[in-house]
Design a protein around this ligand. Sequence first.
Ligand code: HEM
Length: 239
Amino acid sequence: MSPGAGGSIATRAGWTWVLLSSLAIAVYAVVPYLTASLAALSEDGVGLAPNYDGRPWFVQLAFYVHIVAGGIALVAGPLQFWRGLRTRHPRVHRWTGRGYLSAVLIAGVAGLVMAPFNSAGLVGFFGFGALAVLWIVTGLRAYRSIRAGDVASHRAWMMRNFALTYAAVTLRLWIGVLLGVQAMPGGDFDFGAAFENAYAAVPFLCWIPNLIVAEWLIRRCGLPSYALPMSSRQPVSTV
Ligand code: HEM
């Protein structure tokens, strides 16, 4: 993913979609929580407010830190893949990149604090928890590789990292798809039950396909694709 002079139409269209969908979710998902207290939003049944209203102070703090820093990461992320910005204004790319990775680290740690209190139970704890750990680890790998001057690895790790950031968008798309599938004609449709069903799938569904697509793009771009570290033990010889 690297739009700019010389990029194909498909690459530009893909990047524009990612940019606009990221902006839309950063506004649509975050802003409502900044307009009133969790208690007031909870009374109106807005989003996850009923789940976080009444939680200990550090969980509520983590919630606000997470949505603000996550929103910043979602807006800044697509800009890092814009080749024109990287080549013409490398200083801007560096500073936006530092801002992006700091936002990922902050939102990721806050996501880890929230995971035990999420509204999808154990599947949410493991799904969102694994996502938070991978989000932080891939961000650190991206930073370490560019500090070491390894541009190809840096690009690959940033692609994996942003694929995880983009889970904020795919989570909402999957919920829409899974609600739509359950609302197919021919059966009774109970919105509450259908939403609960959909929400039980998304803690993993929102990021595993994204990582697969990222790995495919990394290979297609000729960047170093992920290989599991080999064991240093020698194979046991058979007689
Ligand atoms: C990629 C790593 C991320 C992790 C591990 C993560 C984790 C979580 C968790 C555990 C929750 C609570 C879910 C629940 O209680 O059921 C949540 C909610 C939320 N997150 Fe994230 N998140 C991530 C990325 C983002 C990003 C990039 C944004 C930027 C918009 C974001 C914005 C939100 C918002 C607005 C909510 C409230 C849910 C809603 O109203 O739909 N998150 N996140």
